[in-house]
Write a protein that binds this ligand. Sequence first.
Ligand SMILES: Nc1ncnc2c1ncn2[C@@H]1O[C@H](COP(=O)(O)OP(=O)(O)OP(=O)(O)O)[C@@H](O)[C@H]1O
Ligand SMILES: [Mg+2]
Length: 277
Amino acid sequence: MSDPSPKIVVDHVTKIYRTRKRRDTFLGRFLPDLRPTIRELKAVDDVSLEITTGDFVAIIGPSGCGKTTVLRMMDGLIFPDSGEVRVNGTPVLGPRAECGFIFQDFGLYPWRTVIDNVAFGPELRGVPRNVRYELARKHIDLVGLKGFETSFPHQLSGGMQQRVGIARMLSAEPEIMLMDEPFGALDALTRRTMQFELIRILAAEGSATSVFVTHDLDEAILLADKVVIMSARPGRVKEIVNIPFARSERGEALLETSMFAELRHHLWLGVHAEQPL
Ligand SMILES: Nc1ncnc2c1ncn2[C@@H]1O[C@H](COP(=O)(O)OP(=O)(O)OP(=O)(O)O)[C@@H](O)[C@H]1O
Ligand SMILES: [Mg+2]
């Protein structure tokens, strides 16, 4: 039986960033702290989304439209000014153990070896040493890095470091995987390889719910069940596009189909209309 309750609910969420700015006056120049002004920037405006358990949702939209902001609110790293984010029916009030995060810059600890980076999540949860190393080894194998357990991040290529990031997220066994342009720093070839790797890994790992931010339309179609197009800042949900391909269809051949081309064109029109000139 399918689960009728959504895993993640973003319920009419608005986020305004407030930054202090020195007032550019004669007095302000000499006594800046006495004359602060607050600059308000509405990053996200009345965004609502429902994400079902096991779904893979991609978020696309122009730079600065609030994609990272939405992801960080799901993870409880920042909070909405109005509206609410709920995970498993409970409001998100801080970082949660159910969520794993992959950052664009890999976010690895340079002083830890591959296996110590991957074992970090279970270590935080107090998992005993032998169990967490077993978990770490399993996920290092899964991402194809067997043999590199004792290497340090600087000894690996960008693609390999990103695999360590994926293994680290998986070894924490999160119910929800939040990924912010995880392949953004990779070259085109490595990026395509990593997309297929992620499809394979998700198939092997079962039904985690995934939210994935990307600027790459092909990547969004290849990976996602639904693609959310956001408008330019302040970000709103402009359209949600269903991607009708089965998991088993998501391979190299799919990229050449007319259906894929139609979807790419549709997404391109949606995002292009939002790009500032
Ligand atoms: N900590 C912050 N303080 C102030 N403003 C912020 C902060 N973080 C983000 N912003 C602003 O909020 C807006 C949305 O930022 P966000 O990082 O969510 O965009 P994005 O869609 O992820 O962009 P990109 O595609 O370039 O990564 C931007 O205009 C940004 O300048
Ligand atoms: Mg971003």
